[in-house]
Design a protein around this ligand. Structure first.
Ligand code: 4AZ
Length: 368
């Protein structure tokens, strides 16, 4: 029997859960009442962040719906990602989940493009656009109840030329990041205004140990191996949010996490959850055809220097690498359905109620 206390707890949880763990987004409105008040004069972005600098974020890519972006460049934004080799991107598997069927089925890779090179998602200057030649995941269907294995490796239909003025791969973090290390998370996702950002935003978040995240946050045992938490446990306030998914968490100038999920954004005791790159390091290298042995140049083209501060963004649209053709069709194992155009755009990013309910019940089960 479920007691009144449990029912009340469920009701309470359901009032604040639905904005969390959502997939990609176009213009998702957040319940801003649930977000803690701003604490700085700068309204900031991501949640309480600031505009990113090009020098520190050359690896950032946007995963977009080709259809929407075809109508108007920049409007197809769905998720973030990181360029980890000249022809490879790391992102989150859940970015490709069909938001209409929402049973974990993936939308075909041909429906997406990968765009990089400019902080302003509407600006084509220095941008390159690729299609996805191969999409490698550990799942046939995404596990919506756990967000386990939320990682996807994308082989692009071309490579970024060495010395591109605004794009450069980032090195992968090989080892777990200790608690307290301050990392940067970036994305075009929801800001505290409740809309996704035109300009790439960044915010600093400290790493939280697995032990602390399990014991001292309200996420508890929803944190599985291969997930890491970052944020401010006590105050919340700074966080990634919907639309940042798939994007980079950079620690010590290396890619340490992939934005994965959270329960709402920037709330106390509910830190952001990231897929742990070091946990999947061998899998990533193996699937890129690198054996992971030996040391030295990892091929990322990143010297690990982080923000080079050059801030240049050149001019002119070189357009190379952009065929936007959605070609290939060669199978990965997804078989999702098409999206119904505008309807998909409207629905994309809205979380189905199913997952929060499951999570709420699981959360209660761990507490009673
Ligand atoms: C999302 O839905 C999402 N606060 C990403 C990150 C967080 C919450 C939701 C973390 O893409």
């Amino acid at each position: 029997m479920i007691g009144l206390g449990q029912l009340l707890a469920v009701a309470l949880l359901l009032t604040f859960l639905p904005a969390g763990l959502r997939g990609a987004t176009t213009r998702t409105h957040l319940d801003t009442n649930a977000i803690r008040p701003r604490f700085s004069a700068d309204p900031g972005r991501i949640i309480n962040g600031t505009e990113a600098s090009l020098g520190a974020t050359r690896h950032q890519v946007g995963i977009r719906k080709a259809l929407n972006d075809g109508y108007f460049f920049g409007t197809g934004h769905l998720c973030g990602g990181s360029l980890i080799r000249p022809g490879w991107v790391l992102t989150a598997a859940h970015c490709f989940v069909d938001q209409i069927i929402y049973d974990g089925t993936f939308v075909p890779k041909e429906e997406f493009i990968v765009v990089m090179g400019n902080l302003d998602r509407y600006n084509r200057t220095n941008t390159l656009t690729f299609t996805i030649e191969e999409r490698i995941m550990q799942l046939d269907k995404f596990v919506l109840a756990t967000y386990d294995k939320d990682i996807a490796l994308l082989k692009l239909n071309g490579i970024v030329p060495t010395g591109h003025p605004t794009i450069r791969p980032i090195a992968l973090s090989r080892f777990a990041i200790p608690e307290g290390v301050v990392c940067q998370v970036t994305g075009w996702g929801n800001t505290e205004d409740g809309f996704i950002s035109d300009i790439l935003m960044t915010v600093d978040v400290p790493m939280i140990s697995e032990e602390h995240c399990i014991n001292d946050s309200d996420l508890g045992h929803l944190i599985q191996p291969g997930m890491i938490c970052a944020g401010y446990l006590e105050v919340g306030e700074k966080d990634a949010c919907a639309g940042d998914s798939g994007g980079p968490l950079v620690c010590q100038s290396e890619l340490a996490g992939v934005v994965s999920w959270g329960i709402q954004c920037a709330l106390p005791r509910l830190p952001g959850v990231y897929t742990e790159v070091s946990y999947y390091y061998d899998w990533i290298l193996k699937n890129m055809g690198e054996d992971g042995e030996g040391s030295g140049d990892d091929g990322s083209g990143d010297d690990g220097s982080g923000d080079d501060g050059s801030g240049d963004d050149g001019s002119g649209d070189d357009g190379s690498g952009d065929d936007g053709s959605g070609d290939d069709g060669s199978g990965d194992d997804d078989d999702g359905s098409g999206d119904g155009g505008g309807a998909m755009a409207a629905v994309a990013g809205t979380l189905t109620l199913l997952l929060p309910v499951i999570l709420a019940l699981r959360l209660i089960a761990t507490q009673f």
